[in-house]
Every structure is written in C-alpha cells, then in structure tokens.
Design a protein around this ligand. Sequence first.
Ligand SMILES: Cc1ncc(COP(=O)(O)O)c(C=O)c1O
Length: 487
Amino acid sequence: MSTEKKFKHTDLREWNHKQRQLLKTTSEKLIKRIDDAPFGQEAKLQAKKWADNESFGSVAWALFSATPIIERSEGSLLFDVDGKEYIDLLSGFSVNQFGNCQKELTKIIQDQAAKLTHYFDFPHAERIKLGEKLNKNSRMSSKTKVAFGVTGSDAIELAVRAARYYTGNPYILTAYGDYHGVTYGTMGLTSKGGMQPYFYPVTPDQHVGYFHFPHAYRTPQDAYPGWGLEALKIFERALDGKETPYTDGCFGVNNVAAILVEPFQSSAGYYVPPKEYLQEIRRICDKFGMLMIVDEIQAGLGRSGKLWAFEHSEIEPDMICTSKALGGGLPIGAVIAREEILTEWGPAAHVSTQAGNVIACAAGNYVMDVVSSKEFLDQVNDIGSYFYSGLKNLQEKHPIIGYIDNMGIYTGIELVKDRKTKEPAIDETVYVRDAAVREGVLFEKGGYYHNRLQCIPALNISKSMLDRVLDKFDKIFSETEKKFGIK
Ligand SMILES: Cc1ncc(COP(=O)(O)O)c(C=O)c1O
C-alpha cells in the first residue's frame, strides 16, 4: 500500500471510476481468500455459504482476509466450527467485557427471558433500575437524566439531536480519527475516508467540523506526521477569529452546539491522547459556550481502568454516550446528560421499538454493578499493567514495535519498519494479523497509517492467558521481522 499516489486534473474522472473498481470485490476473490485461510474443512465450507448468501459489504471482509466461523466460546477463548481455538482479543468489539458466556450474565439473561422480554420503548422495572444506576455513576456533579436507544450510533444521534435542540445551534465539531458510528445519521461524524463513498450524500449535513487529535508518538515534522497538543491551540486560535463557520470569536458569536469526542480513539487504532486533550476541549467548550459530549461507547465501562475514560483527565462532560458492553452482549445504547439538556424537549422527541430492551437492561444492571466497583477496576489495572510490561519486554527485543499505548487494559501497538523514521509497517501489519489468525489469536488491525494492532481482551482475562498471547506475539513478530528484513 502506498500513500504516494498523485493525479493530474485530467485523470480525475477516470480516477472516480477507478475508485469504485478499487472498492469492489468479486465472488472469485472472496472464495480464494477462504481457500487460502488457515481453516479446517467445515469452517471453509461455512465461510463459502456465508459469502454466497450475504452482501459483499460485510465489515468482516475488511477486518480479516477471511473471518473465522465461530461456534462456541469459553471466557477468553473462541472455538470455530472445526474446534480450532482462538484467543479472543476482540471481545465482540468491546462488548463481552467479562469474557464470553460469563456465568452470572448468562443466568440473568435466561431468567429475564422467562419473565419479560420486550415492552416497546416503555418503562419497565429493569429499565428504571438501569436509568438510576447510570445517573448515579455519571461522575458528573449536577443532576443528570438518561435517554435510551439500541446501538452506539443511536446514542450518538440522540446526543447530537439533544445538543442541537437544547442550544439551538447547528454545528457539531469532532476530531479527525474519531469514530461515532456509520449510520446515515452519524457517518458525517466519522473519519473513515474509505467508507464515505458508500454514504453519499454524507449526513448529518454540512454542519460538522473537524480538528486534529493529539498523540505522543508522531510530530508534525515527521515524514509520516501526527499532531500533539499544539493542534488544539491552532483550533482555538481559529475559533478566536471570525474566519470559521463555527464562531466569530471577536464578536462572541457561536454557531456550535457541541464538541463530540472519543476520550481515546478506538476504531482509529487504540490511541491514548495526552491527559490535557480533554482538559483543553473542556476549556474551549466553556470559553465559547459549547456543550461537551464524550463518546464512551468503546473506551468506557472499565476498559481504561476507570469506569469512564474521561475520568483520567479529571474533567466533567455535559453528556456521555454509552453502548456496546452495557448490554452484556445484547444491544442497548444510552445518553447520560445534564438534566436541563434532556428536559428541554417534549414527549416523543425520541422513540425506537427496541430502545431500552428488557433483557438488555437486566444484563446492564449487572454490568454497571461490576464495572463501577473499585475492586473490579483495581483488577483491570493490575492485569492491564501486566500486559503492558510484557509488551514493553517484547518491544526491547522487536524493532518492529514502534510505540505501545496502554491505559487499564486498553492497548494499541504501533508497528514500524524503522524506529528512527517511524515509517509505518503497513504490509507487515497485514502479515502479523494473518499470522495471528493462523496461530489462533484474534484482534483488529487499525491505525492512521494502517499499522496498528488493537488489543481488546476481556477485562477479566487471566495473566496465564496473556502469557500465551505474549508468546504468540513474540513468535509472530520474529517471523515478520525475518520475512521483511526489519532489524
Ligand atoms: C466510539 C464508538 N462510537 C460509536 C460507535 C457506533 O456503535 P454501533 O456500531 O453500535 O452503532 C462505535 C462502534 O464501534 C464506537 O467504537
């Protein structure tokens, strides 16, 4: 993969056509990927059936060369249809916070399924309990209220609508690299250039603006640059003047409803920004009269070693979006916001048939009890630092490891061809991911330059399981360095 493509103006129409061809795939190509996969016979057979029956647009084709066909699970292990074992560093994308099929959760779900499963978007006993718990654990000093949805995107759409309604302002500002969902109502807030062509015209609408996300590893001077906290200064400077659509800082005009941020950038590659990042956003919001919304859908609910990732910055947001792990494997989304934001609108401002589903709320009540407890979070920090120090040891041995992000068990690994130039190891990262599938470890590959490993273990993964992961990483990194001549 190269970032060096250059086009003449006369090429552009042809390029638009080529872009579509580039994104497209064929049955033959997908079948070949399955044939080449390190799967047994049954997995290959089922993968082919899946490819035959479902849309080519499945994200599974983007995240793996061929995605294992899983049949059952035990804690941090997944087993495919041939019985091949995989260590789970995906956790269903930050959903299975306590591993797969955790006993207490399974029992709660089974018991609730026998009592009451669905009651439209209406109040029921489990929902009332969960609303109370979310408010109690908002870590915000003023009274809060909750609005329920079904998915993460749903929570974001709810928050954006509430912020616009409450303030009367249209603009939502967010960071490059943030991921806030890929529904029609959220795609405009998500920086995935490769996905945008599937969403033309991209909504919410043009009232969206972006600023740069700061991270410690790359500087603006690097050949493959990144931004530090200076990005926020430049952003603020622009708001101070009159030449942005967002403000006229000189005359005190503000057209922005809210700044919406992921406290850590997950889908982009598991990046942990400096602690000052959210402090700067909070300060800018207060200075110009904007609301601050934090998207805790992936980094929240204990993964960072605190209940909410924003707590590491010692600030208070105005609104929190949560989902994923909250339902213990069942879909639910929620917004927690300062009371006055969610009391501004009137009845039927939001409704969704499956919002606040009964079984998901019952599971959510258990999830909230566990992830808000100090003992549990202490354990997350303990196993997180165990994993981090194991990875640091690997970094001493393996030049391919350029940088490791870690907070709690939230962990991203950046791979480079050369530590001095920080040239991203793009092909190598694909190789590492594919070798890991062969060796029985599943994780997502990401990164601004397609060169990071996103490790999302269960929050209660054992140290012995992490040792197995580290051994496998050691073997795979050695193999990759040898193959690509990285010294
Ligand atoms: C930070 C963040 N926000 C929002 C979403 C969207 O959630 P969903 O896929 O449930 O709509 C995701 C999903 O990965 C996410 O990671």
